[in-house]
Design a protein around this ligand. Structure first.
Ligand code: 5RP
Length: 220
């Protein structure tokens, strides 16, 4: 079993009957979603909120009841993946382009569980390009601002067109190599008009499940 599968499936042990569950996006979160599907087949009774169209489609195929975020008062537990996470549990998400919905769902969740393979638990985040979701109305100006600051921006593309998020926005990936002042960086990005959100997640994680070899490491 891969480290991603080990981590994803382990996290599902924290799901109990009656919960509203946030379903993350990406290959590791998908393992959790599939396991939840299995448990539903065996009688588990939950409702779920999906963080992307792709996850909603997978969940529906697995007979997991999906509800709209606005129809629930709170989410009990969300299980999501990440691209990098450090010892302070500051992380980068959005490699799969779902960062906006992922951040919204995380903000409504009482408990956030991240599931990663061991390679993503790093001393210093930033090697993974930081995704910034931007409005198509003003993207070129934001891109130029990043360029002028030497942040090595790259428009994310798919089949030679700009990648479109589920909310109809573009993504600019910043190839920073290292991010030391993540709080300052997050505040600066949040203040740029036209930035919808960015992939820096700070003070989000309650529990980190790391797939490590043939076992898992759980960190609170
Ligand atoms: C999607 C994400 C994913 O959770 C992240 O990219 C990790 O993906 P994977 O589990 O496939 O490595 O943030 O926007």
């Amino acid at each position: 079993m891969s480290e991603k599968q080990l981590a994803g499936e382990k996290a599902v042990e924290f799901i109990q009957d009656g919960m509203i569950v946030g379903l993350g996006t990406g290959s590791t979160a998908d393992f959790a979603t599939r396991k939840i599907g299995e448990r539903i087949h065996n009688g588990l009774n939950i409702k779920a909120v999906a963080t992307s169209t792709a996850t909603a489609q997978l969940a529906t195929a697995l007979n997991i009841p999906i509800v709209d975020l606005n129809e629930v008062d709170k989410i009990d537990v969300t299980i999501d993946g990440a691209d990098e996470v450090d010892v302070t549990y500051t992380g980068i998400k959005g490699g799969g382009g779902a960062l906006f919905f992922e951040k919204m769902v995380a903000s409504i969740s009482q408990k956030n569980i991240w599931v990663v393979d061991a390679s993503k638990y790093v001393e210093q985040i930033g090697k993974f390009p930081l995704p910034v979701e931007v409005s198509p109305f003003v993207y070129a100006h934001i891109y130029n601002q990043f360029q002028d600051k030497g942040m090595k921006p790259q428009m994310r593309k798919q089949q030679k067109k700009y990648y479109l998020t589920d909310s109809g926005n573009y993504i600019i990936d910043l190839h920073l190599n290292t991010i030391k002042e993540s709080k300052e960086m997050a505040s600066w990005l949040n203040a740029i008009p036209g930035v919808i959100t960015h992939g820096l997640f700070i003070n989000t994680v309650d529990l980190l499940v790391i797939g490590n070899g043939s076992t898992t490491r759980i960190m609170e």
